[in-house]
Design a protein around this ligand. Sequence first.
Ligand SMILES: [Zn+2]
Length: 72
Amino acid sequence: MVKDVDVVGRKIALQLQSLMAIVEFKYNRHEPCLVCKNKFMHHVDGLPCEDDNSIKERAPVNSPVMAKKKPV
Ligand SMILES: [Zn+2]
């Protein structure tokens, strides 16, 4: 029973993380992901993992997904 509550709580925490990551995209680049502990900017789409069972691909090492693009 307690385990079920933990699972649901975890799911909500991850959903909330994803939602906040989108809303505050410019400000959360250095936030660590709850699932893989990598910063949001090191995820392939710049957003945290949404599921403990599906860790996202990492962004290429020298091109993290940043909010501000360098002026060309
Ligand atoms: Zn992650």
